[in-house]
Design a protein around this ligand. Sequence first.
Ligand SMILES: [Zn+2]
Length: 247
Amino acid sequence: MKLNTDERVLNYLKKKIQESGNVVAILGIEMLVEGGGFDLDTNDETYRVESKYGYSPDDMLSASFFNSKVEKFYRFYKNEVLGMHVGSTPAYDALLRLQQRGKLSAVISQNYHGLPENIHFNRVIELNGNMRSNKCPRCNRRYGIDYIMAADGVPRCENCNVAIRPDIRLIGERGNAHLMTEAVNACAMADVLLILGKNMYSDQLDTTQPDKKQIKVLFSDETFLPKSRADFVIQDEIKAALPIIVG
Ligand SMILES: [Zn+2]
């Protein structure tokens, strides 16, 4: 398949990865979309969701919406977020090959959908939580997705009868400072940083490392990151370009 990226750039990055002893990958929305999920933040999706539910995805995924309209939150969340099937792609296989070679030191996920089945990395930092984990805000009892999906309407704690909450970062909430520090430190150690898609939250993981010789490669059609902050911007499908670069 013909890629947009110049072959010389691909070869250069391939060489850099071969020489690297520490690669860190940051997973973003494009990794979900290429695996069969969808980006709720596009105009088409926002329009579709607003027509169906009366609110935008951003409204419904906010902490204030969860707290004030939990029935409506779960109607949307079960259908559109938990109902999203996200599978693996050749990009995940490429990351696993890097791990087998001892080069992949961390995977930082900005998505809360969890990794596809059968994909296991030694070190995963889930910055915004994981929707497979849910808990009662009162007694902290944990519940799986099956329990959430099987509930009629709002899933409630069996002990307390209060609404269970997904262990994900809702819009308007601060990120977990401890995980953020861990992620920033992991990025600081990397000599190749692969930014695989955009972040669904408005804040960005600060990966600026002015003192370090680090190659930063951004994969995205949308240049959400100022180009000056990435050494290379790859405007190809991640699942097509990454396997070539990794080899
Ligand atoms: Zn409880």
